[in-house]
Write a protein of this length. Sequence first.
Length: 202
Amino acid sequence: MAITSSNRSIVLASIPNPAAEKASIEAFRRDVIEASKTALVLVDFWAEWCGPCKTLGPLLEKVVAARAPKVKLVKIDVDKNQMLAGQFRIQSIPTVYAFLDGRPVDGFQGALGERELTAFVDRLLAGVPASEDEAALEEQIAALIGAAAEATAAGAHDDAAAMLGARVQELPEREDLAGHYALALLAAGQADGAAAALAAVP
């Protein structure tokens, strides 16, 4: 049974008791195999008595929450799900497997630090296909940057800055947009505005 966390940014799947093997396999198929076709799914094999598991767990949740919905987290208690633990030949915990496109693509054992964990996840995220909405957004941004460049080439610096400025306010985290906006402001003779635009990037 899948359980959505209170902040709705990560998904924790509680795999049923081994006595219900059919339900357990179905839950794993749904929450891991199927889910990994559209997102990176991290499967955390852990146990209540495991000290390193308690260290790694919160870090996993933090990293996943920051990258949702592209990354999802599934936690499997090895004591309650010995069948699944056996299938994956879990010999020590915590053990984390990463799934993409319905299959495991990487993993690690032990409690990684936040920096190592972040690097592990971000490296694998490169293999996650963009959603239709994300692809559409990238097309819109590319078209906008192209139109602004044409306006700048024609000497319409204020127009270029205006069209980019509106989008920068909507997407302040986009460094590429901020960079083009700053260049447009510089071309328009607004050096202070250009500096402010770059400084506003998170």
